[in-house]
Write a new protein. Structure first.
Length: 195
């Protein structure tokens, strides 16, 4: 009888422990982006943007971002990078992903979001960091005009670096506008937190 009670208690305890572990939120993945202007630490939100975070991390693991630049810098708006070399050549990317802009995350100051063309599901490797709250980029509806841009994380350290990048002098390198006159290079991007 005692053995049966102990067995029942053991099974019940194991079940409850499993439930507790299952309900514990997973630690957010953080990445360290080293740039020629300094380091930026970004916390990714896989719970709200799983497709986007998986896509972004695939580029990180491939070393894709090393040597790319912030090719579009617009003070009072955002800084964009992740797909162009210093010579303004676009790197070959993976196929586009589904736009998860309806995930409830807002394009607020310090958030990172996927850049895309006018086609809703066209994001590949390019991203931008919001310098201000950009409400006009948020998901409003499922129309092409109202779909918005998918936020998938936020800067948790190095916003001073982001602001420094936003202050560099820019010019035109047709057909591109708002290009830093001196390249701001992404030296490396690596995972530093939970995977």
């Amino acid at each position: 009888m005692t053995k049966q009670i102990l067995l029942i208690l053991f099974v019940a305890g194991s079940f409850l422990a499993g439930l507790a572990i299952a309900q514990t939120p997973a630690a957010a993945t953080k990445i360290l982006m080293k740039t020629s202007k300094g380091d930026i630490t970004i916390e990714l939100n896989a719970a709200k943007a799983p497709i986007t975070v998986k896509n972004f991390l695939s580029y990180v693991k491939d070393g894709f971002f090393a040597g790319t630049i912030f090719h579009r810098v617009m003070p009072g708006f955002m800084i964009q990078g992740g797909g162009m070399t210093a010579e303004m050549h676009e790197k070959d990317s993976k196929p586009p992903i589904k736009n998860e802009a309806g995930n409830g995350l807002k394009n607020d100051r310090g958030t990172i979001a996927m850049a895309r063309t006018g086609v809703v599901d066209s994001a590949t490797c390019q991203f931008f960091i919001n310098l201000v709250n950009n409400d006009g980029l948020n998901h409003k509806d499922n129309s092409q005009e109202g779909f918005g841009y998918c936020v998938f994380g936020k800067v948790v350290a190095g916003m001073d670096v982001v602001d420094a990048i936003a202050k560099v002098k820019t010019g035109n390198r047709p057909p591109h506008q708002n290009v830093p006159l001196e390249p701001i290079t992404i030296l490396s991007v690596e995972i530093i937190g939970a995977k």
